[in-house]
Design a binder for this molecule. Sequence first.
Ligand code: AMP
Ligand code: GLY
Length: 426
Amino acid sequence: MNILLLGSGGREHALAWKIAASPLVTKLWCAPGNAGMAREAECVALNVADHAAVIEFCKRCAVDLVVVGPETPLAAGIVDDLAAAGIKAFGPSKKAAQLEGSKGFTKDLCNEFNIPTGTYRRFDNAKDALAYVRAQGAPIVVKADGLAAGKGVVVAKTLPEAEAAIAMMFDGAFGAAGAEVVIEEYLTGREISFFALCDGGTAIPLATAQDHKRAFDHDEGPNTGGMGAYSPTPFVTAEVHDQIMTRIVLPTVAGMKNRGTPFKGVLYAGVMLTAQGPKLFEYNVRFGDPECQVLMLRMMSDIVPALLAACDGQLKNFDLRWYPEPALTVVMAAKGYPGDYIKGTRIDGLDDAATIEGVEIFHAGTILKDGAILANGGRVLNVCAMGRTVTEAKERAYQAVDRIKWPEGFCRRDIAWQAVETELGR
Ligand code: AMP
Ligand code: GLY
């Protein structure tokens, strides 16, 4: 088979690594890709936003399957456009991608199908939104309805913070994405990521993970796309797993089918494990980044038949095998991220770091220039490791981090602290 993978982050490097390992694959292209992905596949300089150009490439190169990594092309309807051109693509349709593209859409779906989530209201003007938060009090969560590159959520600890967030969003900080705002109950508990593969009619669970959204150790600093993750998380017990599938994931898949917008692809549930049980706080319609990196390391089965079964509505009797060992990833980012940072700094020591047992390094924002790997983004590398325990995986990953020579980069030092504390019985 010929496969085209769209995207250029750490998530896509991990997907490329896993797809390239499939005996079913004859040729793999990545668009636009990065320096690490160039080791697994041929990178092509396609503009992913130009659907006609993607279709033309697929026809010219006899691409059998397109795998879409990030949410932006999904929300722009690339899967619909490819399907209309007779090209199979893994990922949800534009309408189904609203589960990520509109927070209000998802909250209304939860309401309609009795899916546990925080109480909420949708607003299209600041005046009513302000009156609502003043009546509710803080802490409270203010969310831009649309896609805002991971920045559209303000967890307001105080009323003035909530008021400022409302003003900022209705002032156009996120453009059209903030023209509508969802105000949501603040949920407390452990936050986990739950992934399921969906084929429009059914869903099979992938694996669980925990992400680390804040930039600095002890979960401090600004929110980021994710600074590290591990899988599986001990906090999703068999009972909690069953509750998430039966109360959240399966009703969502059934609800979407019922509404005539069946969901195909990866459903990523952001779940808070509250005292009242698991509650959904958001959906994403793609793999998490960096959670995908640890999922791909742990997936024993060939991924390609699973992607095809999801596209073809054939997941009902499908089975995926996983390595039981945990995997962990540490994100190395350019200093300044998630704010301003510089590009073009040189990274050395990657080959040496990769020789440590159980270690795999996935690239995110990198380019190859004159034989050197240069930083080319905010999140730049994913230093991953497997181990018999999370603690061992963590030790290995940080050993590798310490061999990477990149003075302009930084990382958190406490990835998986919650699981490590649990393992060490603290
Ligand atoms: P997002 O940018 O949508 O990934 O959300 C950023 C973060 O906001 C999440 O990872 C959660 O930690 C937090 N968050 C979102 N919704 C809620 C909520 N209802 N209660 C508490 N925290 C939330
Ligand atoms: N890891 C968070 C995300 O992919 O949105």
